[in-house]
Design a binder for this molecule. Structure first.
Ligand code: DGJ
Length: 302
């Protein structure tokens, strides 16, 4: 298979549906690794790998209710299941490789699975891209609420964590410590009162672009983007991209391959059992004279 049809369930190389929503892809040692939410059974995060971005081999349930836990020097709370045995909610997992520590470091939105009041971020690490991750617990960066999130690694390997704060009203950018295990500095508070979710960042020719959605639960809405010369510097005001439903999707992440800029979005089925009908879309992005443009396509040959 080399063509991916948008908005249908994609299968892995064993013929099973790919469970990797709100995800992220990194390239490491000849393979792309796709991490994402897997809300089935006792799983939290699953990992698939591919050489061509179309044939995805399931690798591992890298984070589950039974994952090993280990406190870290950041004061985190370790809770992979509630006292009553129910699952917590781990959403939008993102993973970066840290060249100094040789660890794969995951940052993921944490909620207790009963309400959305924890608004925290959890971290987990592993020595390999698709091994069993060790869970280090959750915390609120500098005490702030932290919901929909992403990671971004700059060319100099400085990494940033970006997350929705103040009940989603504002979007924060934190620079990470060199080991990617903690926030080092809150570098930006963006778009106060704009309620942006689902951030995804890409750097194209020395410019930083951030795509986000508005905040409407599982329903899609008008995507917007902003641009900056430096991720820690001044960001533009938000401009619309795509149509009023971002072509029926919400941003997951943005990937660059062979000069192409590819937007990956989730087409959510909804909450409860409907969640499992959620699918994926990939839309090409291009820099044009009047800004960033998203092209609607029914299918894509990567
Ligand atoms: C929007 C978020 O972006 C999703 O990750 C998910 O949390 C839904 N809200 C739940 O309503």
């Amino acid at each position: 298979m080399s063509i991916l049809k948008n908005g249908i369930l994609w299968n892995d190389t064993e013929g099973n549906p790919i469970h990797a929503h709100g995800g992220y892809i990194i390239f490491h040692d000849g393979y792309y690794y796709w991490y994402g939410e897997d809300r089935r059974e006792d799983f939290y995060v699953s990992c698939y790998r591919s050489k061509n971005l179309t044939d995805w081999e399931f690798r591992n349930h890298i984070l589950t209710v039974r994952s090993n836990t280990e406190t870290y020097r950041v004061r985190t709370k370790i809770k992979l299941v509630n006292e009553d045995g129910s699952k917590v909610n781990l959403e939008r997992p993102k993973v970066l490789y840290n060249e100094r520590t040789k660890k794969f470091v995951m940052w993921v939105h944490f909620e207790n699975g009963k309400d959305y009041n924890d608004a925290a971020v959890a971290i987990a690490t592993c020595d390999t891209p698709d091994g069993d991750f060790t869970y280090h617990g959750h915390f609120n960066p500098y005490g702030y609420m932290s919901r929909d999130c992403t990671l971004f690694q700059d060319d100099n390997k400085t990494a940033y964590f970006i997350s929705a704060a103040r009940d989603n009203a504002d979007l924060h950018i934190y620079r990470l410590t060199e080991d990617y295990m903690n926030v080092e500095c809150l570098v930006q508070k963006l778009w106060q009162g704009e309620y942006r979710e689902a951030p995804a960042v890409v750097k194209i020719k020395e410019k930083y672009y951030m795509l986000t959605s508005f905040c409407t639960g599982w329903a899609p809405n008008q995507g917007k983007y902003a641009v900056a010369d430096s991720i820690e510097g001044r960001w533009s005001m938000l401009k619309e991209i795509g149509d009023e439903t971002t072509y029926r999707s919400q941003p997951a992440f943005i990937l660059q391959k062979d000069g192409k800029v590819l937007y990956y979005g989730d087409r959510w089925g909804g909450g409860g059992e409907k969640y499992f009908t959620s699918s994926y879309v990939i839309y090409p992005l291009a820099e044009k004279e009047d800004g960033l443009v998203m092209e609607y396509v029914e299918e894509i040959d990567i």
